[in-house]
Design a protein around this ligand. Sequence first.
Ligand code: FAD
Length: 462
Amino acid sequence: APTIVWFRDDFRLADNPALLEAEKLHKPILCVVILDEAHLPGAAARWWLDRAIRSLDGDLRRMGGSLHVFRGPAGQVLTEIVSHTGADTVVWNRRYDLKGRETDTAIKAGLRAEGIAVHSFPGGLLHEPWRIRTRAGGQYKIFTAFWRGMRETHPTPFPPAPAPEKLAFAPLASPPAGLLPQQGDYGLLPTRPDWTGGLQEMWTPGEGEAHDRFAHFMRDGLDTYATARDFPAENASSRLSPFLRFGHVTAAQIWHGATEKGFPERFLMELAWRDFAWSLLFSAPDMATRNLRPEFDAMPWRDDPAGLARWQQGQTGYPLVDAGMRELWHTGWMHNRVRMVVASFLVKHLLIDWRQGEQWFADTLVDHDPASNPMNWQWNAGTGVDAAPYFRIMNPVLQSRKFDPHGAYIRRWVPELACLSDKAIHTPWETEIPRGYPAPIVDHRLARERALHAWKTMGSGA
Ligand code: FAD
């Protein structure tokens, strides 16, 4: 009887505990993906998912097997595959969002009731999201305390496991219900218009590329990461986030690789931020929809569809904000410093509820992560647990001068401004606004006063 390996956010062969377990069982395996409408990611991440499936399928083919892709409610589909193939074991790596957990718990119970063995294994975090706790056994609320706690109690994650050398694959004779044609259209891509050209230019999803990229970053990034990571024109960060999101590479692989190369602790800390986000989501599963500081439930956010649209389209008249939003639209990714600037701009300058920004990111980021995205939005909005206070309002012009001093990043994404001098490019309204570029949507000083006023009325209940 075959073993079913159910792939979800873990499109890789190496350091894949579910796959290793299947190998150890010495029975033929059937590798499956189930496209379940209830668990599909946003539009840009769906593009990535399509490529991730094809890439893993290619890797499995090189080992003599393939990836079988199904569509439908996961529980029903799995039951169908089990009865069709006579499989007696199902294995997977865990997911930790509430919907995923609930689905997996129900499926596990259902299969076990039918006498099928089900084994689940840690997902691609450094540590399970319930592992790093305060001395009193509670959830850390402050990242630096979490980091210290992690370094004291669990200084190193488990060393990563290699890819299996050989696998025996089970055949799939006649197609069970829900099976999609191999290498066919999985229904994950936009049709008309097809806006994925920029994504295709920028990314090659897959395990091989993840490791190439990591090796490249280990070679070239060592000297520059700590000093240049905040400068969006520098290309100094790893850009591994979507590869981590889809599990082409695991945090443990990166941790151990970086430690061996003597990479600065600063980088390991960034990986730990991701774990922190998942531990927060694990204890506050509705973090994407609920203010972690409840006093913000009384915040008088503005309903401003036109302002939201200008922000989404990169037409706010603030060059760094617009460059970031256009980079996001074009590539499905945005530099971390610029993510902070655009988030602050939406929430403070436009006084729009952070959840609207969170949703836009969820739909447009290829690295959209159900824990990191809401945590970072709440952090920037001041509504989170370990958040920058709301009254600390980022000045988009000063950020632009400091982190893109020569305007190289702005010139790349906002070509209308390319002709301006290094000095004028941060404030085109002070000289002459080039044709086709908008005047600022809000005045910085007035927007700042409005945000502070709103924040104060929130506190007074007025
Ligand atoms: P590197 O600097 O090379 O860092 C290595 C890895 O560490 C990243 O790939 C990522 O997995 C992790 N990491 C780094 N910074 C953070 C952070 N602040 N929070 C959590 N993990 C981090 N990151 C996502 O992966 N998915 C998201 O949906 C997401 N949404 C964000 C929304 C906002 C408003 C902000 C301000 C940040 C968000 N981030 C998100 C965090 C961060 O911007 C990205 O992880 C980072 O830009 C990815 O680039 P990199 O891989 O080059 O990072």
